[in-house]
Design a protein around this ligand. Structure first.
Ligand code: DGJ
Length: 738
């Protein structure tokens, strides 16, 4: 698992600064007198102490404190009554099931002799500048837990994970293992934000009070899932909003079954515990063995939900996405799926490629249907050899053609799956997840290969390595179109089989990492029937993600808004497709579709064979305009000016480049009502003292009353009157500093 790290040059510069500034400035520190640990980064301080009972007790997670501020010593809370004991209500960094704890725990262990009690105490620690490891040990048994903490000096995002080690001579069983427990001090008005959805309906932003009782966000599916995403944010109803107030947020870097529970205890303390989902979970640790949890990242902003997502986006670009802190700008992509579905062939793809090149596309991607007996979703999955009826001379003529047109070539794969009607399944029916003698439940006519098996893992790597080595391929769209059923691993002892929840994902990460190591210029997209596998774990190994199969440009506005709360536009693909769109049969103009998709990484998925000259002209103009602003859109600061949620009449976003010299406004009128003129849209994030010239994105005259140039202060105070009338109207503007 990748941990937050700085690019080498920045790490060296930081180390030098810290050296000069003496130890008090170090990002991670320990005060031996009070036994308090502190992590300081950006505008955040995270602190916890060793209390008199030897527990690690949370002291502060919030705004940056002064160096000498008194934080400890930590003192456990007295028992509230004989029903709520001290151990249960004291906010602990890593509470284990034992000693009378009823609040949510991070660890639950069962021993062969029937003991299910674990009580952890501080043992020792190690500090390395912006990282800290604290060892805990059970009061009686040779069980150790090492808690690893990092803090990003720039954003203050904390990363936490745990290693659980069996130092005894008998095996034990881990029934529950979280990465971290984060605690918020009691307040009456905490409000939880999270994202929910379903296939073709991902990224709905939800909000609810944090009240007594637990809210559980989870996936039990073997992968991240569309239904919840492993992210949360908590603000305060009394003072919070998009632009102001404190926000505590977090995201779990894990692409398997996961759980984040948010729970308010009887005294009002809020615990957010996240890690492996305990549902159907068990992990047997033999003597000397250990289990590492994924990293659960957490951050704090005092600038509202907008400030929180800008911090998280920056952290993702700097420390999660491939590219060592400088993720490559996403090329404009064409994908043939919505145009052809399974009916791909050499001539058809070449014709589409020629048309795509005409409008400035930089990467041409052939989707499903190019391999095996894959003429529908009923057969062929698993047989990764080119279908010679469709590509008589293999992929080379098409790839050469695409390259000759000046584009990169990309290919769709779904390597973790198999159709029962395939040569692979006929040869290896035992390679899928299954319980012997039980039905194997198909979904989309396919079964899941058990990637946790070493032979399956090696086979998948070899297939992909051969594909990329034998063909000049720059990009893979890596799909995953179902969740698990019958998660058996019959080759292991029954008590070890649930390890599949961990080992499958580890092997998935291993394959991705190894493939990238062997092919350093290869880029990969994470797709799972849309946004079913998007999280900080997979994003560390893939360059972009496919948020949804729903490409309706109006639906996408609210989905992109939801997505942007957790994940960076730098990785968010958005295609321009046909109108009426297949999802809602909604008709929209080509310009509207472009402006909706230009808020992320632009792709085109329309059937170009149906386009007229005027469409090609519009598309060429919009693609060229996008290339002028994509660095700002993908890697700038995103301001959600007007939310599209809750039936709002209009919506708007603004992206501002890091140097504040360029800003890009996207504005949409969803449905005009009663002839109302919409109020001016006030911008944010500009330099008030600079002058900015404004132009329409994609060309065209400015609205009559709009000044061609004004100060940042003007655009932020007085705003832009964007004259849109009718339904599904869109306007884009670009502001350039003089
Ligand atoms: C689901 C993906 O989300 C689509 O974009 C497409 O690639 C299909 N799978 C192909 O089967």
């Amino acid at each position: 698992m990748r941990r937050p790290s700085l690019p080498a040059w920045a790490a060296a510069a930081l180390a030098a600064q810290l050296w000069l500034a003496a130890d008090a400035q170090a990002a991670a520190s320990f005060d031996a007198a009070t036994r308090v640990f502190r992590l300081d980064g950006g505008r955040v301080t995270y602190a916890f102490g060793v209390n008199e009972a030897g527990q690690l007790q949370t002291l502060h997670w919030g705004g940056r404190l002064a160096d000498a501020d008194p934080l400890g010593p930590a003192k456990s809370l007295p028992s509230h009554s004989s029903f709520d004991l001290s151990a249960s209500i004291t906010p602990q960094e890593f509470p284990a099931q034992g000693g009378g704890i009823f609040t949510e725990v991070a660890l639950k262990i069962a021993y062969a002799d029937g003991n299910r009690d674990t009580v952890l105490r501080y043992l020792s620690h190690r500090i390395e500048r912006d990282a800290l490891t604290v060892r805990l040990r059970d009061v009686a048994l040779p069980l150790e837990v090492s808690l690893r903490y990092t803090i990003d000096p720039d954003t203050g995002v904390v990363g936490r994970s745990a290693r659980i080690e069996n130092l005894g001579s008998a095996p034990l069983r881990i029934d529950q293992a979280a990465s971290a427990a984060y605690t918020l001090a009691p307040q009456d008005d905490y409000r939880l934000h999270h994202l929910s959805g379903r296939w073709a309906g991902e990224w709905s932003l939800q909000q609810r009070p944090v009240s007594e009782g637990a809210t559980v966000l989870e996936s039990r599916r073997g992968s991240t899932g569309q239904q919840n995403t492993p992210w949360f944010a908590i603000d305060r109803a009394g003072s919070g909003g998009e632009d102001n107030g404190p926000v505590w947020f977090g995201a779990l870097a894990w692409s398997g079954s996961w759980r984040i529970s948010i729970d308010k205890d009887p005294l009002g303390t809020v615990r957010v515990v996240g890690g492996f989902n305990p549902y159907d979970f068990a992990y047997r640790l033999g003597p000397g063995e250990s289990l590492d949890t994924p990293v659960f990242y957490a951050g704090y902003s005092d600038a509202g939900m907008g400030g929180a997502s800008r911090l998280l986006h920056r952290f993702e670009r700097d420390h999660i996405l491939p590219g060592d802190g400088k993720p490559r700008l996403r090329p404009v992509l064409y994908n043939s799926w919505e145009a052809t579905e399974f009916a791909v062939d050499e001539a058809g793809q070449m014709a589409l490629a020629e048309k795509a090149a005409r409008i400035g596309v930089e990467r041409f991607v052939v989707d499903d249907g190019w391999f095996g007996a894959r003429n529908s979703d009923k057969a062929g999955l698993g047989d990764w050899t080119v279908n010679r009826a469709k590509f008589p001379d293999g992929l080379k003529p098409l790839i050469d053609k695409v390259h000759g047109l000046g584009m990169e070539f990309g290919l769709w794969v779904e390597p973790e799956m198999v159709n029962p009607d395939s040569d692979l399944y006929r040869a290896h029916p035992d390679w899928v997840l299954n319980f012997p003698g039980r039905p194997r439940t198909p979904a989309r006519n396919q079964l899941v290969l058990n990637l946790a098996r070493r032979d399956v893992r090696d086979h998948v790597l070899q297939v992909l390595d051969t594909l990329v080595s034998d063909n000049d391929i720059q990009f893979l769209k890596w799909d995953y179109n179902r969740n698990w059923s019958e998660p058996g691993w019959p080759q292991l002892a029954p008590e070890d089989q649930p390890k599949v929840y961990v080992e499958y994902v580890r092997n998935l990460y291993w394959i991705l990492a190894e493939l990238r190591r062997r092919h350093p210029r290869l880029e990969i997209e994470s797709c799972s029937g849309g946004g079913g596998r998007i999280d900080l774990g997979i994003m560390a190994l893939t360059d972009q993600v496919w948020p949804s199969d729903n490409t309706d440009p109006f639906d996408r506005l609210s989905m992109q808004d939801g997505f942007s709360h957790a994940y960076a536009p730098a990785a968010m693909m958005a295609w321009v497709t046909d109108s009426p769109n297949w999802v809602d049969r909604r008709e929209t103009s080509l310009e509207y579709r472009f402006l909706s998709s230009m808020q992320g990484a632009l792709g085109i998925g329309a059937n170009l064979n149906h386009w007229q000259d005027a469409d090609f002209a519009t598309a060429s103009r919009m693609v060229a305009a996008y290339k002028q602003v994509r660095a700002t859109v993908q890697q700038g600061d995103l301001y959600r000016l007007i939310s599209p949620a809750n039936g709002s009449r209009r919506s708007a976003t603004l992206s501002v480049s890091p140097d504040r010299r360029q800003a890009v406004l996207f504005a949409f009128l969803h449905s005009q009502s009663k002839g109302m003129q919409e109020p001016a849209i006030r911008l944010r994030g500009l330099d008030p003292g600079r002058r900015y010239r404004i132009a329409r994105l994609g060309g065209g005259a400015l609205p009559e009353a709009m000044p061609a140039e004004a100060s940042g202060a003007y655009w932020m105070e007085r705003g832009l009157a964007v004259p849109m009338r009718g339904d599904f109207q869109a306007s884009g503007f670009v502001l350039e500093a003089k």
